[in-house]
Design a protein around this ligand. Structure first.
Ligand SMILES: [Ca+2]
Ligand SMILES: [Ca+2]
Ligand SMILES: [Ca+2]
Ligand SMILES: [Ca+2]
Length: 275
């Protein structure tokens, strides 16, 4: 398949006047000159099409390799989510398949969309656990991050800031287990509760931010993903990749500022080594 050569320097961005933006009130649509049409014409990035991106698991009618762990829980699959049920009034946790294990020094952010059991007052929030040998690290999202009975996106970055997960190097360098705790026990109930909580997807983003498909290089595949996100523009657009990874400067939109950052990473090609 022929692909246009991706830019080796920032290109001018031009407004696509035929796309109905502006006065009509519909979202403005922009193109990276000459390249977007080639991408769409190749049928690679049809709107709404499932793509790799930073999604690591989307639970579309399957548990996607995730399994209940020791804390006696059960997974039920639905068309676009899984339900995790506690069976014995303590914890419910699912373990990621082996493909999510390895060098987590590359991981910058983890996010997921969850819906907590509407029948239960929340006492314990959703948590993420990483284990390396006998060393464990867990991040528990604050209660307000997981409102009862509503689909909510929650995410955490690694780092030493107040809202970040300061993950110890020993764990981070060799993660043997990655699990999601879906447990919103009513802590006032003796022994806890057998609640049921849902998760729709789990996503990660690496420190190599322009590497949108997380394969350690920034190349044509990432460029095509970037262009699609660029045209969607707004991180709140539900068609955006989960966690809006193309918003490289974290300002809520994917625009020319992000494109300049993308091009710099594209020219480097190889992602920096972790650690
Ligand atoms: Ca429980
Ligand atoms: Ca349990
Ligand atoms: Ca890549
Ligand atoms: Ca941005």
């Amino acid at each position: 398949m022929m692909l246009h050569t991706p830019p080796t320097s920032p290109r001018p961005l031009v407004r696509d006047a035929s796309a109905g933006g502006g006065a009509g009130g519909s979202p403005a649509r922009w193109i990276v000159a000459g390249v977007l049409l080639a991408a769409c014409g190749a049928g690679l990035l049809a709107p709404g099409e499932a793509r790799a991106g930073v999604i690591v698991s989307r639970f579309a009618g399957t548990a996607d390799g995730w399994t209940p762990n020791l804390f006696s829980s059960q997974i039920t699959t639905f068309p676009d989510f899984v339900r995790v049920r506690d069976l014995d009034g303590d914890w419910a946790r699912i373990e990621a398949p082996a493909k999510f294990r390895g060098d987590w020094r590359r991981i910058r952010r983890v996010g997921m969309e969850v819906r907590t059991d509407a029948r239960r007052p929340i006492q314990y929030g959703v948590g993420l656990l990483l284990a390396s040998g006998t060393d464990l690290d867990e991040f528990v999202f604050p209660v307000e991050a997981t409102p009862i009975g509503q689909w909510s996106v929650i995410e955490v970055e690694f780092g030493d800031g107040p809202e970040q997960w300061d993950l110890r190097e020993m764990v981070r360098s060799n993660v043997l287990r990655f699990s999601v705790r879906l447990d919103v026990n009513d802590n006032n109930a003796p022994g806890g509760t057998n609640e049921e909580n849902d998760v729709r997807w789990v996503a990660i983003e690496t420190i190599c931010r322009a590497d949108l498909n997380t394969d350690d290089v920034v190349d044509n595949d990432d460029f095509l993903l970037f262009v699609a996100e660029y045209n969607r523009f707004d991180c709140t657009d539900p068609a955006m990749l989960r966690l809006c990874p193309a918003d490289l400067n974290d300002d809520g939109v994917v625009d020319s500022s992000d494109f300049a950052l993308f091009v710099a990473a594209y020219n480097e090609l190889l992602c920096p080594s972790p650690g």
